[in-house]
Design a protein around this ligand. Sequence first.
Ligand SMILES: Nc1ncnc2c1ncn2[C@@H]1O[C@H](COP(=O)(O)OP(=O)(O)OP(=O)(O)O)[C@@H](O)[C@H]1O
Ligand SMILES: O=C(O)C1=C[C@@H](O)[C@@H](O)[C@H](O)C1
Ligand SMILES: [Mg+2]
Length: 167
Amino acid sequence: MKAVLVGFMGSGKTTIGRLLAENLKTSHIDLDQVIVEHVGKSINDIFEEEGEQSFRQLEHRLLQQQLTQDGILSTGGGTPIMPANQYLLRQTNTPVILLEASAQTVVQRVLRDHSRPLVNKLSITQLKGLKQKRDALYRECADLVIKTDQLTPQEIIARILPKIITD
Ligand SMILES: Nc1ncnc2c1ncn2[C@@H]1O[C@H](COP(=O)(O)OP(=O)(O)OP(=O)(O)O)[C@@H](O)[C@H]1O
Ligand SMILES: O=C(O)C1=C[C@@H](O)[C@@H](O)[C@H](O)C1
Ligand SMILES: [Mg+2]
């Protein structure tokens, strides 16, 4: 991989990953999308019919696989939470970039979109609490942190591009 993007739901991993890949003329892989295609079900249906645990196991297996590929990888919002994934993200030579945004910003960005099971299930207060609980784990695996609240996607990729080694 040329870069891995991590961050809470709504931090912009999918949006920025796609743009970054376009800019570098490389492929964009979205781990959530890889899981959806692998199982043949939406994230909501996987959570509901097979349980979060099963989703997490698959997420781990597919993360390990995707890290060996070329391109830009957007992870899922919960990917760095599993210790085995934290290990993979820390030991990879690929730059791991954390897209940071305040709890208020991420909640605003995801609230109207019902494709995320945790957003459907949790109250705003619980979502903010979950973010706070996870924030340290995102930071632990990151080589670069970008505060995105006041930045446009173009401004964000301009900050990431110098960190990416292309060959
Ligand atoms: N810098 C930004 N400024 C304004 N809106 C943004 C920015 N980044 C992302 N968004 C918007 O926020 C929403 C969520 O973004 P996105 O789907 O990329 O998040 P994500 O990190 O991939 O979330 P998930 O972890 O659930 O996959 C989208 O509607 C996107 O257009
Ligand atoms: O933050 C999370 O735990 C999640 C984020 C999404 O990207 C999906 O991976 C799924 O909805 C779980
Ligand atoms: Mg995404």
